[in-house]
Design a protein around this ligand. Structure first.
Ligand code: PLP
Length: 415
């Protein structure tokens, strides 16, 4: 078989991998760790770990609450993170970016601050069959309060979105359309600019879930032309509890607060309050300051590697690993869209996904098994669970080889 690695980049990426301390550890009595659970959360480079450590050692203070030097430094770091993230996704300005605890908080914010006041009985929220629960359940919660309902666009058997089917469902009852940029189960890369254009021409706002895209592809929210873009920091080499919601400025201006408390107000009286401009209007309470300091460092790190290089490297890994996995008898890959990120869901005939993942773990290989927070998608494929190997730029072809060897061994044991 002609499986070709990417030798030009492989040399550079060995040095990059060395910056991730955790990847050097072993598990189960000395087995080298093969970390293939990147769609779940990514590992963190030393620079990010040190930035968080340095913040607590040298800079720790609350933001925007005091005039003393430390507080000003912390505020500058926090707002610097907003600017770095805004630049990274090509937002029009840092003020278009609400810092959140992740995608889940971002979609819930859109549900309660944007959608709920606009929904009427009979209205529709359009999502797709391949979404993470974070891009389904918040819409259900607000629909249940208003007599609206959620509808899902169909997908094809190879895991591609049925784009015509999605567009056909865009009727005037749809008050928000939602789609993932990259599927966390299938790896499918959706044509979000085309979907945004179809939505725009019908006056329907589009929310894109970028959780699995921002860490792996160059993302330009303005080129996509969507209205909301949600992402999460811990999948892009940053700390947990960080992320963002980008929205066009006039949309943010039109939204009511979802959380109330400190920092989001202009003036508070006992009877009522007036609110700060966005993004502060949506950032009540003390944020994850150290986390965003780490996330800003993660952005610098990803930029120094280059998102185009990352996408190219991971595409090479996807092609290599897919070809090698096809050598495992009885293995079926779920999700074979022509445009895919390096996420491979699979089943092996006669083996339950959890048993398989447990045996892989004993060989030091970390994959995820389960429904991946995508019940409707599992139902669509008629399976309760899959195993999922998800690659990042710091993974290697040798790790794909170890996965295949461990699968062959597990298969023999389970047969
Ligand atoms: N959307 C997608 C596609 C995801 O993969 C995930 C996480 O797995 C989420 C949303 C939720 O992200 P978080 O738990 O960081 O809010």
């Amino acid at each position: 078989m002609n499986v070709v690695a990417t030798p030009r980049l492989a040399a550079d990426f060995a040095g990059i991998r060395a910056q991730f301390p955790l990847l050097a550890r072993t598990v189960h009595g000395g087995k080298p760790l093969v970390y293939l659970d990147n769609a779940n959360t990514s590992q963190k480079p030393l620079g990010v770990i040190e930035a968080v450590d340095r913040f607590y050692r040298e800079r720790n203070a609350n933001v925007a609450r005091a005039v003393h030097a430390l507080s000003e430094e912390a505020t500058n770091l926090y707002e610097g993170a907003r600017s770095a993230l805004a630049r990274f996704i090509n937002a029009g300005s840092p003020q278009e970016l609400v810092l959140t605890s992740g995608t889940t908080m971002a979609t819930n914010m859109v549900a309660y601050s944007y959608l709920l006041p606009r929904l009427q009985p009979g209205d529709v929220v359009l999502t797709t069959t391949m979404e993470h629960h974070a891009n389904i359940v918040p819409w259900q919660l607000v629909c249940q309060r208003t007599g609206a309902h959620v509808v899902a666009a169909p997908i094809r058997s190879n895991g591609e979105l049925d784009v015509e089917g999605f567009i056909a469902l865009l009727d005037p009852r749809v008050k928000l359309a939602c789609v993932t940029h990259v599927s966390n189960v299938l790896g499918t890369i959706n044509p979000v600019a085309e979907l945004a254009s179809a939505c725009r021409s019908r006056g329907i706002p589009l929310l894109v879930d970028g959780s699995q895209a921002v860490p792996h592809l160059p993302v330009d929210v303005r080129a996509i032309g969507c209205d909301f873009y949600a992402f999460t920091g811990h999948k892009m080499c940053g700390p947990t509890g960080t992320g963002g919601l980008w929205a066009r400025r006039e949309i943010l201006q039109s939204m009511v607060p979802f959380f109330g408390g400190g920092e989001m107000i202009r003036e508070v009286r006992i009877e009522d309050s007036t609110f700060a401009d966005p993004p502060a209007r949506f950032e009540a309470g003390t944020p994850n300051i150290a986390g965003f300091v780490g996330l800003a460092e993660a952005v610098r790190f990803l930029e120094s590697v280059g998102m185009a290089h990352i996408a190219e490297r991971e595409h090479g890994l996807l092609q290599y690993a897919t070809a090698r996995l096809h050598e495992v008898p009885g293995l079926r890959i779920i999700g074979e869209a022509p445009r895919k990120a390096a996420v491979i869901s699979f089943l092996v005939e006669g083996a339950h996904a959890h048993d398989l993942a447990t045996l892989l773990d004993l060989e030091g290989i970390a994959v995820r098994s389960g429904h991946h927070c995508a019940h409707p998608l599992m139902r669509h494929f008629g399976v309760p669970a899959t195993c999922r190997a998800s690659f990042a730029f710091y993974n290697t072809e040798q790790e794909a080889d170890l996965l295949v060897a461990a699968l062959l061994k597990a298969r023999a044991l389970l047969a």
